[in-house]
Design a binder for this molecule. Structure first.
Ligand code: SIN
Length: 552
């Protein structure tokens, strides 16, 4: 049973805003800044402002900035990577608005790397037929974008609460989003469980990689936004498409937690994937070899490991030389050396790890979810641009473009909405649902959720393992845990894991990052559509929705 509301004490404090934005990666920061004309904006974030995934992004941000490139070519590469499940209208928005959005970041002060002629230096990554990835600080793109946006936030009038774990959505009598409950810990701020009343709620909570034992995601990526949205009754789509990055640094058998990323840009600049014998095993598997879309490379690595029995594969960039490593990939060089590997003189051991959720809270082209007044952007959202597999470096762009569109939507939506129901102070204490939850998951179950997901729902999936995962997740103890951050996070992880398993069991085909050993082919006849998950009455249901125009 999945709880429809988290057990939490009655709010001890309340605050008011016109727009509350949850999350402070690129999507949350852009949403907060762009929503400022709509009134009082409150940005709440789970840890420190720069602790989310954005600041870890290495490769860069994709857009057709090169005069020889076009949005149409970017569109084609994105649709190919998404294996038939992208929403073409959403991708068109992404690629046509993308170049100006990136220029907007540059105007804000984001310092992208430039070539000798002063033009933005562009690199390639998996699935891109052209150089179109802008980067900063060599391989510290996310950190630079985050720095520039945070500088802009400083005097913007946006109010900030850090160390705030969002709990549940508040709704008015008409079922419209009316704010959130959250738990805050930190000096100089309201503390404990509180309620923020707002006319619009923007989820920008990032990813869910911590559902797995090994992930490139930071500690905070526990799927809180997807879990909240499910509890609020919102539609969530495409959760089976968890993307496994092909080349995180291998830290040895059984490594857990956040794994250091070795950017695809390293391959974009010409590094080769080899096995221990030195064979370039991606050559012949795909026309782009090491620069095939990410799912293809991850499958290539996994297959080669099974063929050879080796525990990892190797990424060889020795031919770059020391000067290039130092200039182009200073972060990766330092991280590898910290772990005792010198990429200048030896190949880097790599192993795929959970990286990105291509699915999430379903939105329209303006970030609207199925719950009026609730919006989503960034990784937590499923805007339709990624389909079954996100194209590399489209994620920062998606956050940037679609967060801005929420501010546009609010102009009409706030004027049209009837806020009569929000005048009563909301709070969990007034909601009868709060008393009948499925119960909190014990904090100790967090490791179990990760073990189950890693053992049975990883890169390669099959009915037997997925059935085991469903059974083991359902058997984890519910109900006895004391309310608190650890139990709330464990409950969110459990909810999201259960939803991923439900979708992965249902989709009996191989497509994009969803790889079924028992259904190894793509099946457009059976599965050319989305899996949409909802939570009602503490029960998750996942339904197949064929794409419009398909007659099934
Ligand atoms: C990378 O730098 O390889 C990650 C880029 C991405 O996830 O888009």
């Amino acid at each position: 049973m999945i709880p429809s509301v988290l057990d939490a004490p009655a709010p001890g404090w309340t605050a008011d805003a016109d727009v509350v934005v949850i999350g402070s990666g690129i999507a949350g920061l852009v949403a907060a800044l762009r929503c400022r004309p709509h009134g009082r904006v409150l940005l709440v974030t789970k840890a420190l402002l720069d602790a989310g995934s954005t600041r870890w992004a290495q490769g860069g941000i994709a857009s057709a900035l090169d005069p020889d490139d076009t949005p149409g070519e970017h569109l084609a590469d994105t649709l190919t990577a998404g294996v038939g499940l992208c929403d073409e209208a959403a991708v068109r928005v992404l690629v046509t608005e993308g170049p100006d959005a990136v220029r907007g970041l540059i105007a804000l002060g984001a310092a992208f790397d430039r070539a000798a002629d002063g033009e933005i230096s562009l690199t390639r990554e998996g699935g891109h037929h052209r150089r179109r990835i802008a980067h900063a600080g060599g391989d510290a793109t996310g950190a630079e974008i985050s720095r520039a946006l945070l500088a802009e936030l400083k005097d913007s009038g946006v109010e900030v609460i850090e160390h705030a774990l969002v709990l549940d959505l508040l709704k008015d009598a008409a079922g419209r989003a009316a704010g959130v409950t959250l738990h805050v810990m930190g000096e100089g701020q309201p503390n404990g469980v509180g309620a923020v009343r707002a006319r619009a709620v923007v989820l920008a909570t990032g990813g869910l990689g911590q559902v797995f034992s090994a992930t490139t995601n930071p500690e905070v990526s526990t799927g809180d936004g997807v879990a909240l949205a499910l509890r609020a009754g919102a539609a969530v789509a495409d959760l089976e498409f968890v993307q496994f990055h092909p080349t995180p640094l291998w830290l040895g058998e059984g490594a857990r937690g956040q794994q250091p990323l070795i950017s695809e840009a390293v391959r974009g600049e010409g590094a080769h994937l080899v096995d221990r014998s030195g064979e370039r095993f991606m050559v012949g598997r795909h026309e782009l070899a090491e620069l095939a879309p990410r799912d293809v490379v991850t499958k290539g690595i996994t297959n080669r490991m099974r063929e050879t029995g080796e525990p990892c594969m190797l990424l060889d960039g020795r031919h770059f030389g020391a000067a290039m490593w130092e200039k182009r990939f200073p972060t990766i060089l330092a991280v590898c050396r910290h772990h005792g590997i010198d990429p200048v003189t030896e190949p880097i051991p790599v192993l795929p790890a959970a990286h990105y959720s291509s699915g999430g809270v379903r939105t329209d082209l303006y970030g609207r979810t199925s719950v009026p007044g609730l919006y989503a952007c960034g990784e937590v959202a499923c805007t339709g641009v990624h389909g079954a597999n996100r194209l590399a470096s489209n994620s920062l762009l998606e956050g940037l473009v679609f967060a801005g569109r929420i501010a546009i939507a609010l102009t009409d939506d706030l004027a049209a909405a009837d806020f009569a129901g929000t005048t009563e102070p909301p709070g969990l204490a007034t909601s009868p649902d709060a008393l009948q939850t499925g119960g909190l998951v014990d904090p100790g179950a967090r490791g179990e959720v990760q073990r189950i997901m890693t053992s049975h729902v990883g890169v390669l999936r099959g009915a037997e393992g997925l059935d085991t995962a469903a059974r083991e997740l359902a058997a984890l103890p519910h109900g006895g845990a004391e309310p608190g951050v650890e139990a709330w996070e464990a409950t969110n992880l459990h909810t999201v894991a259960s939803a991923i398993v439900a979708a992965a069991r249902l989709r009996e085909e191989t497509r994009g990052s969803h790889w079924r050993q028992d259904f190894p082919e793509r099946s457009d006849a059976g599965w050319h559509g989305h899996l949409v998950t909802r939570l009602a009455g503490n029960v998750l249901t996942t339904a197949y929705e064929p794409l419009e125009g398909d007659d099934q």
